[in-house]
Design a protein. Structure first.
Length: 563
């Protein structure tokens, strides 16, 4: 009885501490809100110049949230529709056209097949002067989007310039659907391919529909392409994993400070494709829900992951409604794949003196094991089972992309060549490449190569150490050689420049589908995946963890092992 009394007293003391802590937190919240409201009021009343009250408030809120992580954000009522399109829905009212600003002029850059712009003969290369009577000169991109978008069935009048003549187009907005699955099909050799661009509403069903269609062809293997997929809805990721693994398998656990945010997600249904060999493609831009799918299928030894290490976003966000139709998106949890690892790369809870989040220390990285006993590691994204080095564009190519120098030639090519037979095998000829280079004669090709950046750093260091006079001649000689070398860059990097040009050209004829199909002939990661399907012994060795395949992405420094 005496022991029970102590327990009751101890429990009572614990409740008292919790109650006191809660009251203290509540007081601090109330106190700081009162200070903030009073400050906001005094600034608006007394500041010497006129102030924009909503902008002041948003600036204050954004500054507060910036101390947390980049995924926790405030969304005012004016930005709700853009937020939904980015994070939730794939549909909006519009005409199905993308625009680009070149030399302060607005051009149609791309049109989507089957939508009003395409059906109304609006073409890439058309300059836009007015939208519904409003001059677009000086307008920002967000304002342009607002002018083009609107409710289904409403009119959009465009005044365009084509070949030096003004033309008018009268279009009616439709519901524009941007699918999560931008492409699927058989690639030859019995290999099915699904390209998933995002994890928004209905993405699970879209992948299922694609998979059911491919299954009719009895594929020898399936490639799920998650490259450059920044993620989306966690539950959709769980549905997609469920398509490939049996019912009642653990997919992911999210764990938050609030117990209500700790949720376990398991597969709920029978799979659509439980045994067909599977390869998942990832790269450094595969994040969040993409990493849940790739990491879970890797942990369950169901798929071979090919490409480069993924981004490393192991955080879960949830939206909460705020007054006046605004909302806040808050990071509420971290997620953990079936092995128990969290792949979050940056430590936002412990930023450096400059307020920048850095990678988790190697000493905190922990080893886990897949279902079959392969070693995987926390703290740095999903490391592929088979690494394919990423292709890096040269500075000259990047400069040309940023300056839209491919745009005009693609339009000229389209006018001169009204038809192309096929997207898959299309390549720019040497003659066409020479013609393209000739169009650059009066264009600004100024850029700084990597070597030039290093040379600039070396010159600065020499000046710091008062040695610039001693090495001046050598530095000038090196600069001259680099300048001479740059003159040959259009020849040196011909192959990659041609690939970018081909992408621009092919979209004029075959739209997004053609762009994807044409890129297959250069795709190193896809080629590696197809090679795997022809080598069943290697696939089995990887999934079993034989030999060098036992360890996946071990950090260089010593790690902590989880027993």
């Amino acid at each position: 009885m005496k022991k029970l009394k102590y327990i009751v007293l101890a429990a009572g003391f614990g409740l008292a501490v919790i109650s006191f802590s809660f009251k203290e937190d509540l007081f601090l919240v109330s106190k700081n809100l009162d200070i903030f409201a009073s400050l906001y009021k005094e600034i608006n009343i007394n500041y010497v110049d006129d102030t924009n009250a909503p902008q002041l408030m948003k600036t204050g809120i954004d500054a507060m949230l910036d101390t947390l992580d980049p995924y926790t954000e405030y969304v005012p009522e004016s930005e709700i529709e853009d937020y939904k399109l980015k994070y939730v829905s794939t549909q909006y009212g519009g005409i199905g056209a993308a625009t680009v600003l070149i030399d302060e002029k607005l051009f149609i850059n791309d049109v989507s097949e089957g939508y009003p712009a395409n059906k109304g003969d609006v073409k890439p290369g058309d300059q836009v002067l007015k939208i519904n009577g409003i001059d677009v000169k000086g307008k920002e991109r967000a304002q342009i989007s607002q002018l083009l978008r609107g409710p289904k069935g409403t009119p959009v009048d465009l005044i365009l310039v084509r070949d030096g003549k003004e033309i008018t187009k009268k279009l009616i907005r439709e519901e524009i659907k941007q699918p999560n699955v931008s492409y699927y099909g058989m690639m030859g050799d019995g290999i099915g391919y699904i390209k998933l661009d995002k994890f928004l509403e209905n993405s699970g069903q879209e992948v299922k529909d694609a998979l059911l269609s491919l299954n009719k062809e009895n594929p020898k293997g399936i490639v799920l392409d998650l490259r450059n997929n920044g993620g989306g809805i966690l539950q959709e990721a769980v549905k997609i994993v469920n398509l490939f693994v049996n019912k009642d398998q653990l997919v992911v656990i999210q764990k938050g400070k609030n117990a209500e945010k700790t949720i376990t997600y398991k597969t709920l249904f029978a799979p659509v494709s439980a045994t067909v060999p599977l390869v998942v493609l990832v790269n450094g831009n595969s994040a969040s829900a993409s990493e849940i799918v790739a990491g879970s299928l890797q942990d369950l030894d169901r798929a071979i992951v090919v490409g480069q290490r993924s981004y490393g976003k192991g955080l879960v966000q949830q939206t909460f409604n705020l007054p006046y139709n605004s909302l806040v998106k808050v990071t509420v949890a971290k997620y953990y794949t079936p092995s128990g690892r969290c792949i979050q790369k940056l430590d936002y809870a412990h930023k450096n003196a400059n307020g920048v989040a850095e990678r988790f220390a190697d000493s905190t990285i922990t080893m886990y094991q897949t279902k079959g006993g392969r070693n995987v590691y926390s703290g740095n994204g999903v490391y592929p089972d088979l690494v394919v080095n990423a292709a890096r564009l040269s500075p000259v190519t990047i400069s040309m992309i940023n300056k839209n120098l491919f745009f005009n030639y693609a339009n000229l090519y389209w006018k001169k060549n009204p038809k192309l037979e096929s997207a898959k095998a299309f390549q720019v000829s040497d003659g066409d490449y020479t013609a393209f280079v000739n169009t650059l004669a009066d264009k600004d090709l100024t850029y700084q190569s990597r070597t030039e950046r290093l040379l600039s750093d070396l010159r600065a260091e020499a000046e710091k150490e008062n040695k610039s006079a001693e090495v001046k001649a050598d530095l000038e000689n090196l600069k001259y050689k680099l300048t001479s070398s740059k003159k040959n860059d259009l020849a040196t990097h011909k192959a990659e420049i041609k690939r970018i040009l081909e992408t621009q050209i092919i979209s004029r004829y075959f739209y997004e589908k053609g762009r994807i199909e044409q890129s297959f002939q250069y795709d190193k990661e896809l080629a590696a995946a197809k090679t795997l399907f022809t080598n069943q012994s290697q696939m089995l060795a990887i999934l079993k963890g034989d030999g060098n395949y036992k360890v996946i992405g071990k950090p260089v420094r010593e790690i902590v092992s989880l027993d």
